[in-house]
Every structure is written in structure tokens, then in C-alpha cells.
Write a protein that binds this ligand. Structure first.
Ligand code: BTN
Length: 271
């Protein structure tokens, strides 16, 4: 399935640094041609804490991972794939709303790049005109001294092959080539995303999800629509009321309102 390396140009790190501007010093960015999974690489060998935010970008992943044990499929140049290792201050509560905050940062970055109709599918897909454009995989490293470290993996579809078959995407998939006509340089995209992610994660780390909730709700793909939640335990059907202060999904069912926490669950529109 993977074409030989070399079809995708080497990254222009100087352009990336220039696009990040004054924020460049906050990051340590490593861009490799290939690895198994950028999330796995950071989880297996987390870089030491030098005060910077460590980012690993891979031009190609040989074993990219998605949520719920799925694969993140690879075609040359098809997607931008990277992970960010973020260290929260000690005492930070369990990051229930973290992937929602990351989705919001991604949505804002894409909107600034000119994308319309960006919505968020709880807990962590970014949609364009209802089809999946980007996925987020948040994983947490074992705590040390009460401080939490998260590895935040992002895959953004750039140019999917016409015959790409991606299982499990009810609303379909899309890519930036379709949504924007022209795909910005990967360095431009990465800088735009990191520039939104950095203040977003700082805000999340100090005040949690509560203050971000309204902005998330404005982009909720399933607001006031009937949904079915499946995964852990029994399935649940009801009306999507939005999210609470912690980022849990609120679903109104005949027997009452349920709070669904982002575990191994998936949400789709009810038929
Ligand atoms: C999903 O939609 O299920 C989440 C997909 C997350 C994919 C990204 S690509 C970069 C990082 N490394 C991985 O192995 N997965 C995430």
C-alpha cells in the first residue's frame, strides 16, 4: 500500500520555524521520514523535560494508531501525522475534556486557513461538511510526582487516494484537497495548528474545559440531533444535548439525561 519514500519532499524546517515566529522557541520539533507511530514513539521514549514542548512529526507511519484499536492508514503524502508531548502542572485533574480542547484548537487553525463548516464530533473528530477530516488520539503517560503527561496525536487528511477505503466512518471522510482546493504546505499547516494548540493547552491546564465549553458547543456536529452511543457496556440512544463542564457528552434518553465520558465509545447519528 505504501509507495517508496521520496515522493514526499523533505520538510523545510526553516520555513516551519519562520511560520511559528516567536512561538518557535517553545517547541522542540523532530521530523522523521518514517516511524511506526508518533504516539508510540513518544510514549515509549519520552524526551526529558527541558521546558519545551516536544513534537514528533513523521512523513510516514508504518503502524499509525487510531481510537478503539483502529489503524490510522498511511498513503504517501496523504496526511499530516504528528504527536505533541504536553506536561501538565502537578495536581491537574484527569483530562476528560482534553481531546475536546485539542479538537477546538484544530478547528480554529483550520478556520483561520479558510475552511468553512468545521464541526466537532465528540469526543475527538474534526469534520468538514460532516465528513471526517482529522482524528485525535490522546494517551496519558503514567504519572510521576502527581504530574500528568499527555501524548496528543493528530492525523489530518491532506490528499487521500481516490479509492481510499477507511472503515468505520459513518459520515464519510474528506481531505484538505477537497475542502480547500489547494493543500497548504505541511509546514504551514503544522505551524498553524501548533500556534492554536499551545495557548489552548495552557488555558486547559489552568482552568480546565469549562471556559472552552461554549466554543466547543458552537461547533458540535450533533447538537440537538438523535445519537447512538456504543462501546463500553450497553448502547444508548437519545438526543445530544451537548457537553458538560468536564467535557462529558450529555444525552437525553427517555429515562433521563446520561453523562458519557470519553472512554472506548463511539457516537453516531441515530438512524
Ligand atoms: C482516530 O481518528 O481514531 C484518531 C487518529 C489519530 C491518528 C494520529 S496520526 C499521529 C498519531 N500517531 C498515531 O499512531 N496516531 C495518531
Amino acid at each position: 500500500m505504501n509507495a517508496p519514500l521520496g515522493l514526499v519532499p523533505a520538510p523545510d524546517l526553516a520555513a516551519l520555524t519562520a511560520a511559528l515566529g516567536s512561538l518557535a522557541a517553545a517547541f522542540d520539533i523532530r521530523w522523521v521520514e518514517e516511524c511506526t507511530s508518533t504516539n508510540s514513539a513518544l510514549l515509549d521514549a519520552p524526551p526529558g523535560n527541558d521546558g519545551r514542548v516536544h513534537v514528533l512529526v513523521a512523513t510516514r507511519q508504518s503502524a499509525g494508531r487510531g481510537r478503539r484499536g483502529r489503524q490510522w492508514l498511511a498513503w504517501p503524502g496523504a496526511s499530516l501525522t504528528f504527536s505533541v508531548l504536553w506536561r501538565f502542572a502537578p495536581g491537574m485533574p484527569v483530562p476528560a475534556g482534553l481531546s475536546l480542547a485539542v479538537g477546538l484548537a484544530l478547528a480554529r487553525a483550520l478556520e483561520k486557513l479558510g475552511l468553512d463548516a468545521v464541526t466537532l464530533k465528540w469526543p475527538n473528530d474534526v469534520l468538514a461538511r460532516g465528513a471526517k477530516l482529522s482524528g485525535i488520539l490522546v494517551e496519558v503517560l503514567p504519572e510521576r510526582g502527581g504530574a500528568l503527561t499527555a501524548v496528543i496525536g493528530i492525523g489530518l487528511n491532506l490528499r487521500l487516494p481516490a479509492d481510499a477505503a477507511i472503515p468505520g466512518q459513518g459520515g464519510g471522510v474528506t481531505d484538505l484537497a477537497h475542502e480547500l482546493g489547494e493543500v497548504p504546505a505541511r509546514e504551514t499547516l503544522l505551524a498553524a495548528i501548533l500556534s492554536e494548540l499551545y495557548p489552548m493547552l495552557n488555558a486547559y491546564g489552568s482552568t480546565g474545559f469549562g471556559l472552552l465549553r461554549e466554543a466547543w458547543e458552537q461547533r458540535n456536529a450533533f447538537a440537538n440531533l438523535p445519537v447512538r452511543v456504543s462501546g463500553e457496556g450497553s448502547d444508548l440512544s437519545g438526543l445530544c444535548l451537548g457537553v458538560d463542564e468536564e467535557g462529558a457528552l450529555l444525552v437525553r434518553a427517555p429515562e433521563g439525561t446520561h453523562r458519557v465520558y470519553a472512554g472506548d465509545v463511539s457516537v453516531r447519528l441515530a438512524p
